[in-house]
Design a protein around this ligand. Structure first.
Ligand code: 5RP
Length: 233
C-alpha cells in the first residue's frame, strides 16, 4: 500500500469523528487535502458543517469542493481540527510546517478542543528531529535570528545545527503571513517542549513547528497502515 493510499485511509477514519454542526479546523498538506475532499463529498450529500482553513491553499481547495467556510475573525473556539504532520512521536508531540503553514496551523490547533492528526505510518518516529524542524521568522535581521536559533538548539541539547532559509523558485519562500521559513536539521530533539518554548523567546522567531502534546486539548493520531487505520490516543 503506498503512502498516499494510507493518507486517504487515515482521512476517512478522521471523517468518522466529524459530527453534524461542528466547527472544524481544516489542516494543510496532502493528507489534510484528502480530508477536505472527503468532507466536501459529505457536504454535497447534505451534511452541515463549517470550516476554518489553516492556509490559503486549503481555503482554495475547500471552496472548490464546497465546504462552507467561516471567517477566522468570527471564531473563538473550534470543535475539532484535522491536520497532517511531518513527524509524530509516541507521546503525540509533532513536527509540522513542511507545507509552510505552521503558524496558522498552530493558532487553529490551540483554539480547538480536539486535534486529530492524520498521517501515513512513516510519520511515526521514536524521537522527533529527523525531519528538519521548520521555524517561521520575520524577514528582518535573518543572520541575527539564525545565530540565536543555533545557540538555542545547542543549549536545548539538539545534536544538529544546520539551518537554511527555505527556497521556492530560486528565492526565499514567503509564507501566507509574509514571513520566511527556516529548516533546521536537528537530527534528534531530546526535549521537544523545552525547545518549543525556548525558540519562541527569540525576538525574530514568529513560531516554530514543534506542537507539544500539552494535554489541555484532546489529541488523537490516526495512521494509515497496510492493515487499516490505526488510532493512537
Ligand atoms: C503543513 C504541514 C503538513 O501537515 C505536513 O507537512 C504534512 O504534510 P503531508 O500531509 O503532505 O505529508 O504541517 O505546514
Amino acid at each position: 500500500m503506498d503512502a498516499d493510499t494510507q493518507k486517504a485511509q487515515a482521512a476517512a477514519k478522521a471523517i468518522e469523528y466529524v459530527k453534524e454542526g461542528m466547527l472544524l479546523g481544516l489542516g494543510t498538506g496532502s493528507t489534510a487535502a484528502h480530508f477536505v475532499r472527503q468532507l466536501g463529498e459529505k457536504v454535497a450529500n447534505g451534511f452541515k458543517v463549517a470550516g476554518v482553513p489553516t492556509s490559503i491553499a486549503t481555503e482554495t481547495l475547500a471552496k472548490e469542493v464546497g465546504v462552507p467556510l467561516l471567517n477566522i475573525d468570527e471564531v473563538t473556539t473550534l470543535d475539532l481540527v484535522v491536520d497532517g504532520a511531518d513527524e509524530a512521536d509516541g507521546a503525540l508531540n509533532l513536527i509540522k510546517g513542511g507545507g509552510a503553514a505552521l503558524l496558522r496551523e498552530k493558532v487553529i490547533a490551540h483554539a480547538s478542543k480536539h486535534m486529530i492528526v492524520i498521517a501515513d505510518e512513516s510519520k511515526l518516529v521514536n524521537t522527533l528531529g529527523t525531519f528538519a524542524l521548520p521555524i517561521e521568522i520575520i524577514q528582518f535581521a535573518t543572520s541575527i535570528t539564525i545565530h540565536e536559533i543555533k545557540n538555542c538548539l545547542k543549549t536545548c541539547g539538539v545534536k544538529g545545527d544546520e539551518v537554511a532559509i527555505r527556497q521556492k523558485d530560486g528565492a526565499p519562500l514567503i509564507t501566507d503571513n509574509g514571513n520566511f521559513i527556516l529548516d533546521c536539521k536537528c537530527i534528534e530533539i531530546p526535549n521537544p517542549e523545552l525547545l518549543c518554548f525556548e525558540l519562541n523567546k527569540i525576538p525574530g522567531v514568529v513560531e516554530n513547528g514543534i506542537f507539544p502534546n500539552f494535554k489541555n486539548a484532546k489529541r488523537t493520531l490516526v495512521l494509515g497502515t497496510p492493515n487499516g487505520a490505526k488510532v493512537v490516543e
